[in-house]
Design a protein around this ligand. Structure first.
Ligand SMILES: Nc1nc2c(ncn2[C@@H]2O[C@H](COP(=O)(O)OP(=O)(O)OP(=O)(O)O)[C@@H](O)[C@H]2O)c(=O)[nH]1
Ligand SMILES: [Mg+2]
Length: 234
């Protein structure tokens, strides 16, 4: 972590439980997991062509351009693994990545892009809703929020759906390098209030920067806590 990593004070954590006060118990497991092989599996445009259920799955959801693909690249230390671009709406499929046969990451197409066509929005809604509500191995949705913009109405819509479907989601703040640390903390506090009473929301919010590689250890640790155990090391 760099000096720019926002530190949430323990007293703030007590107010909204957005922050961790103890080291994450899966930090080392997460480091080892992501040091192993991560490979692209497939791109699915319909639920029928997704891989048969296997290891636990986590997905990255969020508004268009929030940084989903960049975060996957940063986590796996592979620049071109997930496509990332300046063109919103670039990711149009459900992209599957295999992490050491113990976890699958799914990069979802972004939502909330103002200039998307009605047909594209309808397609996103149909495919991702069906995936998010009905994918049996899905353990957690990482809902990415741009630190500069905070929670938007389209994020709230997704939260409503996930609360109703009882699918756990965790907020991940992205692009923290773009604003000053106190502003990041302020945004996280605000978001913590939004999720406080939501039944399927995981209370801890993780600030990240794919550019500075901040917050990745904690995110890896969260994912490791959901992955199959490492039988190769026993
Ligand atoms: N400064 C900064 N820029 C970032 C960061 N993460 C992503 N970006 C930039 O934000 C833009 C969008 O990133 P993507 O990773 O393509 O976003 P996405 O959420 O996958 O977008 P869609 O696939 O369109 O939904 C790109 O220009 C990235 O370089 C970050 O942590 N810091
Ligand atoms: Mg993308």
């Amino acid at each position: 972590m760099t000096d720019a990593t926002p530190q949430i004070e323990p007293e703030d954590a007590n107010v909204n439980s957005a922050a961790r006060t103890e080291p994450h118990p899966f930090l080392e497991t997460g480091r080892v997991l992501f040091a192993r092989e991560v490979s692209f599996m497939l791109s699915g445009v319909s639920l029928e062509n997704l891989p048969p259920p296997g290891p636990p799955e986590v997905c990255f959801a969020g508004r268009s351009n929030v940084g989903k693909s960049s975060l996957i690249n940063a986590l796996t230390n592979r620049n071109g693994l997930a496509r990332a671009s300046n063109t919103p709406g670039r990711t149009r499929e459900l992209n599957y990545f295999n992490v050491d046969d113990r976890l699958r990451l799914v990069d979802l197409p972004g939502y909330g892009y103002a200039r998307a066509s009605k047909a594209d929005i309808a397609k996103w809604t149909e495919l991702t809703r069906a995936f998010l509500r009905g994918r049996a191995p899905l353990r957690r949705v990482f809902m990415l929020i741009d630190s500069r913009h905070g929670v938007k109405p389209s994020d709230i819509e997704l939260m409503d759906m996930l609360d109703e479907a009882a699918v756990t989601y965790q907020l991940i703040f992205t692009k923290t390098d773009k604003i000053k640390p106190p502003q990041v903390i302020k945004g996280i506090m605000k978001a913590a209030k939004v999720i406080k009473k939501r039944p399927a929301a995981f209370p801890e919010i993780i600030p990240t920067s794919s550019v500075k590689k901040d917050g990745l250890d904690l995110l890896k640790a969260e994912m490791a806590s959901l992955a199959l155990p490492d039988d190769k090391s026993v």
